[in-house]
Design a protein around this ligand. Sequence first.
Ligand code: AMP
Length: 589
Amino acid sequence: MKFSRLIRSFEKLEKTSSRNAMINVLAELIKEATMKNIDKICYFVLGEIDAGYKNIHLGIGDEMAKSAIALAAGVNKQKVEEEMKEVGDLGEVAYKLVGAKQKGGEDFFTFEDALSVETVHTGLLKIATAVGSGSQEIKKKALAAMLESANPKERRYLARLATGEIRLGVGDMTVLDALAAAFLGSKKNRADLEHAYNICSDIGYVAKVLAKRGLEGVRRIRIALNRPIRPMLAQRVSEMSEIMEKIGSEVVAAEEKYDGERIQAHKEGTKVKLFSRRLTDVTDQFPEVVESVSKHIKAEKAILDGEVVAYDFDKDVFCPFQKLMQRRRKYNVKEYTEKIPVKYMLFDILYINGKSYMRKSYPERRKKLEQIVENEKYIDITRRVTSSELKEIDEFFQDCIQRCLEGMVCKSCADNSYYRAGAREWLWIKWKESYASDLSDTLDLVVVGAYAGKGKRGGTYGALLCAAYNHDEDMFQTVCKLGTGFSDKQLGRLPDKLKDAKRDRPPARVLVTKEMEADYWFAPKYILEVRGSEITESPAHTCNWREGENRGLALRFPRFERWRPGKASDQATSVQEVAGMFLGQKMEK
Ligand code: AMP
């Protein structure tokens, strides 16, 4: 497929924020794809070049991209900097400048349509795999050469792809919808595609299997070692007693809830890989966990789920999340491994010695886990109680709070308590201390907009527009305008912190009422934890929007608590959860 064909779709996608229109544009594009390029097309529309977990990074920062554009255009870097100041987007700069080298600019351009999706992908992959001394120069020259052989519009998107700024606003669920529309003709079996994606985390692979072997092939996709599985998520309730009603089993297992980082470990012999909640490979960050899993899991091959938590070994207590944050680093890993030790608390097993455990019940999985984990300093199994008595569960919860834990996660012990990859259902229900008090409930919300600050807040943002995620519609719907809880320092840093997500118009898949129109817009990327007093109905916010009644749901008196860097935007609090909280409140009253 010609790269210019792909760009025609990019341009259409950029012009719409309607999700249905996006699906149609994508489905048309996918129908024209071949076996050779369907995976690449899927990656490109998401602004990626391969499945996220493969850790294939182009390593092209803005500075290098500017140098490459300068080289391709035959101008000095300063000229590129000036243009950049003017238009604010390297894609536009590449569009304007590079043609200048071929006398007469774009009219004289002779390589029209020379690039294909495949050649662009190969070129970008070459850039990504250049390592070692001299790799910076190789990357720069390779990008410059690609820009030179592209026509102006192609350059615009090449530069954006290369810098990870494709900005189409397409999400993976929208691509799955488009795949269903293109190959299955309807949404009927869309769930099978999503399930396959949840267990393999590679949309290009799902697309390829669908194109080659149809729906049956997709249904046969299995979990595999070294390919992360999208983590199962927990629901929430607003009354502790609801846990017993909702969970679907008489006996409930209440486990300690740790405030750390969700980590999935893949063990193959002595080799271990660790994946974060966002499915990135974080193996290098936790060498002690790697060693522990390698030595103390009594299975040749296994996939385990758990939480890495900072731990104070002198006092024998867990430490707060903020402490663990300091372990997020590329450099000085060894120094920080000693400074901030961690424990890997295991709570699930998904695969063992060639056999999937996803369709086994939680009690069976837990039993297996207990059989294969050898306790030692850095690795342990989550402590828990199992009971059918709310009183006992409550006692366990109180004990967790006493020991400075975040709360508990209750798990269904029913026969069908399978591991539901990527799903937020009632089989797991979280309960934190904050849920228990009327006046405070925390939500993890996505920043989608900001309002200009006035007075003391001049030069920064006065408030942020925050949204919840609607999984069914793959949309972000607003719930509050957040202006309190930030320190002066945090406030001052907001523009810088959100800089790379900034957009010049409302991003696709973000639903905002006229009343809440923001001064600045952001692609849904940054998540923060917000505490509020209650959920109320509101015509200003689009969360759980009721068309006939012209109103959605809003969080009253929101207060910033902390940033949640480990969460992907589709793991934010869901619109369905907010609706559940609202109902819970109504019942209380
Ligand atoms: P939240 O981030 O508030 O939605 O809570 C769910 C998260 O709690 C999970 O994604 C895990 O990272 C974390 N967690 C901590 N302890 C447990 C546990 N025992 N079982 C499941 N998840 C846990």
